[in-house]
Design a protein around this ligand. Structure first.
Ligand code: ZN
Ligand code: ZN
Length: 391
């Protein structure tokens, strides 16, 4: 291991207690998507003290921030992402308290150790990963446009360097019918609930004609208010996913046609509300390779990432369409995200150790990217991928 990386490890160890304390503080004070005011403040405070320049809000988002350290010397623009939103009822059951803290710790280690000597380094605070797609809004606002590389880590049950993620969009189907007495005068009513039910039936009929990567899953969020009233309003919420944004488009058309047909069949009027489109994840393999070598130098080893299935969606996908990006996972225990057990692991000794290892590996990878040849390999891979995409 080179001397700079040894300095990084030492610098992270030096702030071990304060960083574990920071992760713990955010964990015990969970805030939901777009309302992460205290977490954003907590993450920025040590960066301000270390000489980073702060900007908040960002891209029109109250709880988005950028903490920037500019060396004043020519070099790459490198970004470490911080997430810090929690889940309703479960708190930090996705471990975003560890994600934000790891990026802050990595940035502090780089600056405190004097190893970050060229270009600029940013900790970008990206709110609302769980609900709202903060990074999509920030990506659309151009926040990542001139970045050379973007990195973060996510806690998980395995060390996975290049796990994929599906393109995704959510849709709300609102059916408007007509109330009537369900027994004495049903012929005067129009059942909005039938619109919802036939939408589910129609989507189920489509499943044979979807490719294996496609996931369509929904719930009924309103189904009427009394059994003796023909439901005048009913609503269903769906998530549509496919391997790419391009493939998602044909899924969207088929599903929306099913809902329109259900409206025609039931006589109810349909309104569709769509959310933001989450892009699929484009893992930069050269960058992931650097990160992997660094975790191996820390005594960890990489597990295999699933090649097919077993993946969800995340707003890092949209960032990975714009610049070279990685979203590796490090193990915090035998726990599944979005469960009370995962929330406990996100504030355990194992969780804190994974956060510190992530901080070290992220900072060591930043050091790698200060070498022009390494950076060029990462950039060349991204450019080749982007060129291929455009064809
Ligand atoms: Zn999550
Ligand atoms: Zn998460």
């Amino acid at each position: 291991m080179n001397e700079q990386k040894q300095k990084i490890i030492y610098a992270v160890e030096k702030i071990r207690e304060t960083m574990c304390g920071l992760a713990h503080e955010i964990h015990r004070d969970p805030e939901l998507s777009f309302n992460e005011h205290r977490a954003a403040q907590r993450l920025q405070a040590p960066l301000a003290a270390a000489g980073f320049t702060l900007t908040q809000p960002l891209a029109g988002l109250e709880t988005a921030f950028c903490a920037r350290f500019d060396t004043g010397h020519p070099g790459p623009r490198l970004i470490l992402l911080a997430e810090y939103d929690a889940l309703p009822e479960l708190g930090h059951a996705c471990g975003h308290n560890l994600i934000g803290t790891a990026s802050v710790a990595a940035a502090l280690a780089l600056v405190n150790s004097g190893t970050f000597t060229r270009g600029s380094l940013e900790v970008m605070g990206t709110p609302a990963e769980e609900e709202g797609g903060g990074k999509i809004i920030m990506a659309d606002a151009g926040v990542f446009a001139s970045a050379d590389a973007v990195m973060m880590f996510h806690p998980r049950e395995k060390n996975m360097m290049t796990r994929g993620a599906l393109a995704c969009v959510d849709a709300v189907f609102k059916f408007y019918g007509k109330a009537a007495h369900a027994a004495s005068a049903p012929h005067l009513g129009i059942s909005a609930l039938d619109g919802v039910i036939q939408t589910f039936v129609g989507i189920n009929a489509l499943r044979q004609f979807f490719t294996d990567d496609v996931r369509v899953h929904g719930i009924i969020t309103h189904g009427g208010s009394a059994t003796n009233i023909v439901p005048a309003y009913a609503e269903a919420k769906f998530l549509l996913r496919a391997s790419t944004v391009g493939a998602l488009e044909s899924v969207r058309q088929k599903v929306f046609s099913a809902a329109s047909a259900a409206a025609a069949m039931s006589g109810a009027r349909l309104e569709i509300e769509q959310g933001l489109t989450y892009a699929e994840r484009n893992n930069n393999l050269a960058l992931a390779g650097l990160f992997q070598r660094n975790i191996e130098q820390l005594g960890l080893s990489a597990d295999a990432a699933p090649q097919r299935g077993g993946v969800g969606s995340s707003d890092i996908g949209n960032v990975s369409q714009i610049t070279a990006a990685i979203h590796p996972y490090l193990r915090i225990g035998d726990v599944v995200p979005h469960t009370p057990e995962f929330a406990a692991a996100a504030d355990s000794t194992a969780g804190h150790e994974a956060m510190l290892n992530a901080a070290k590996a992220l900072a060591m990878t930043v050091i790698d990217l200060l070498d022009p040849a390494s950076l060029q390999r990462v950039r060349d891979e991204f450019t080749a991928w982007k060129t291929g995409e455009a064809q």
